[in-house]
Write a protein that binds this ligand. Structure first.
Ligand SMILES: N[C@@H](CCC(=O)N[C@@H](CS)C(=O)NCC(=O)O)C(=O)O
Length: 215
C-alpha cells in the first residue's frame, strides 16, 4: 500500500501522524501543503479534505483519510503490528485521554485559523496571541503533568515503556511549545518524557525541522 501524506512541517497534527507512521514502520510519500501560503484553501486541496486542514492521508485506491486521531486509530486497525494503543481497555482509555487532552483541549484553540481570527477580526497583537497560546497550554499541561507524575502507569513514556498514541500527541505539542516560548519548568515529567521520545529516531525523524519543506 502506498501512503501519501499531505502535511506541513510545522503542523503539530502532521507531526503527530508522522511519528505514528514511523512508530508503525510505515513508509509514506511526503506531500507538502504550505499553510502560510494558504495552499490548504486551494480547490485542489479541498477535493482531498473539504475541511481544508492538514494532515490528509491518501491511500493508493484514492481513499483520503482525515483527522489525525481517526487516522491513528485506522493505522492500528489496518496494521495491527506495533500497536499505538495498549490491549487492555482501561489502559486504552487512559492513553486516549492523555493524547486527547493535548489533541482536543490545546491544539484546536491554538490552531492557525484561531490565531488568525484573533488577529484579523478581534485585533489581537503578537503579545496577546502569545499570552492566549500560553494560557491554553498551561490550562491543560498542569493537570497532564499531575496525571503523568502521579500514576504508576507512567513509565519512560506516557504509558509504560513503549511509546504510542499519547506520546505522538505530546511530542508534537512540545514543538509548538518551544516555538511559542512556553516555560516548561513547571512540567518536569512531561519534559522528561519529551527528552526520551526525542532520543528515538521514530520521533526525531518526525520533528518539524527534519521535514523536506522546513524553513
Ligand atoms: N482535528 C484535526 C485538526 C487539523 C488541523 O487543524 N490542522 C492544522 C495544522 S496543525 C491546520 O490545517 N490548520 C490550518 C488553519 O488553521 O488554517 C486533526 O487532528 O487532524
Amino acid at each position: 500500500m502506498t501512503l501519501k501524506l499531505h502535511n506541513y512541517f510545522r503542523s503539530s497534527t502532521s507531526t503527530r501522524l508522522r511519528a505514528a507512521l514511523n512508530l508503525k514502520g510505515l513508509a509514506y510519500e511526503y506531500v507538502p501543503v504550505h499553510l502560510p501560503e494558504r495552499a490548504h484553501h486551494a480547490d485542489a486541496f479541498a477535493t482531498l479534505n473539504p475541511q481544508r486542514l492538514v494532515p490528509a492521508l491518501e491511500l493508493d485506491d484514492g481513499t483520503v483519510l482525515i483527522q489525525s486521531l481517526a487516522i491513528m486509530e485506522w493505522l492500528d486497525e489496518a496494521y495491527p503490528d506495533r500497536p499505538l494503543l495498549p490491549a487492555d481497555p482501561r489502559a486504552r482509555a487512559r492513553v486516549r485521554a492523555l493524547g486527547q487532552m493535548v489533541a482536543l483541549e490545546i491544539h484546536p484553540i491554538n490552531n492557525l485559523r484561531v490565531l488568525t481570527y484573533l488577529e484579523t477580526t478581534l485585533g489581537a497583537d503578537a503579545a496577546a496571541k502569545t499570552a492566549w497560546i500560553h494560557h491554553w497550554v498551561d490550562t491543560t499541561f498542569a493537570p497532564l503533568e499531575a496525571m503523568l507524575s502521579q500514576s504508576p502507569q507512567t513509565g519512560t513514556f506516557c504509558h509504560g515503556d513503549t511509546p504510542g498514541y499519547a506520546d505522538c500527541c505530546l511530542y508534537a505539542q512540545m514543538w509548538n511549545n518551544r516555538r511559542f516560548g512556553v516555560d516548561m519548568a513547571p512540567y518536569p515529567t512531561i519534559s522528561r518524557i519529551f527528552t526520551a521520545l526525542d532520543a528515538l529516531p521514530e520521533f526525531a525523524d518526525a520533528a518539524p525541522a527534519q521535514q523536506p519543506d522546513a524553513i
